[in-house]
Design a protein around this ligand. Structure first.
Ligand code: APR
Length: 241
């Protein structure tokens, strides 16, 4: 493997960041569109630690509904998830997928070791001992942690909480040759800052989105259109070169 003066190797290290736009065509609404989730619900009612302390049942119901929807037969990975799964299986050592999404559509599209920085809908966590449990049904008020008996919360990073995997993600961004952002509006930090971090450390940067995001100026290139078309196009082009 050839080593460049930058210390980077010729096997491209790719970090892919995805957001709600990649799952929109699978039937999961985005957050900030006119029909988006944050138009229907107030963040401070359902997606903060304070909301969970005040009205736990309301918060559990919100996530129970989303979990049920994710598990319904109509929700399936689309060609964008499947193309990224194929890319990662072709380069398992050098493709890192980081997602802000809490669905499991990347995994169902063939990806593995996906870094769910905002948590996962199909897991819950003990509020006391932090044990994480796979969970594929509603959380009821009587459900408790099997280890310590305390209550359970969605394994979701709420507003005001620290995202998961930040050390691993920061290392990957600093070593990346290419950073690709797919289907995210670039509104929420720290994810919105990943492009600048990767670029500072020498990565080429590409955005794939329905339209240019607020971060467009940081990207060397942009591919605009539906993820289900643009992502397979990009992956196929990449694999042919
Ligand atoms: N193909 C490509 N891009 C799309 C598509 C599509 N079919 N549909 C929508 N998009 C784009 C939109 O144009 C928008 O830029 O996806 C982006 C979705 O943006 P948001 O709704 O803001 O979602 P996201 O960026 O993932 O939000 C980040 O905010 O509320 C928090 O925790 C939540 O993880 C979420 C974070």
């Amino acid at each position: 493997m050839e080593t460049h003066s930058s210390g980077k190797t010729s096997t491209p290290r790719i970090v892919i960041l995805t957001g709600a736009g990649i799952s929109a065509e699978s039937g999961i609404p985005t957050f900030r569109a006119s029909d988006g989730l944050w138009e229907q619900h107030r963040i401070e009612d359902v997606a903060t630690p304070e909301a969970f302390s005040r009205r736990p049942q309301l918060v559990q119901t919100f996530y129970n509904e989303r979990r049920r929807k994710l598990l319904s037969v109509d929700i399936k990975p689309n060609p964008a998830h499947i193309a990224l799964g194929a890319l990662q299986r072709r380069f398992p050592e050098t493709v890192t997928i980081v997602t802000q999404n809490i669905d499991n559509l990347h995994e169902r599209g063939g990806a593995f070791n996906v870094l769910h920085m905002h948590g996962e809908l199909l897991k819950v966590r003990c509020v006391r001992c932090a044990t994480v449990i796979e969970w594929a049904r509603d959380v009821e008020m009587g459900d408790h942690c099997a280890v310590c008996g305390a209550g359970l919360r969605p394994h979701i990073v709420w507003f005001g909480e620290m995202p998961f995997y930040m050390d691993i993600i920061t290392d990957a961004l600093r070593q990346a040759d290419l950073f690709v952002s797919i289907g995210t509006s670039g509104n929420i930090y720290p994810a919105a800052g990943f492009v600048a971090e990767a670029k500072t450390y020498g990565a080429a940067t590409l955005e794939i989105n329905l339209e240019p995001s607020g971060n467009r100026a940081f990207f060397d290139e942009g591919l605009y259109g539906r993820a289900s078309e643009k992502v397979p196009e990009w992956v196929n082009g990449f694999l042919q070169n």
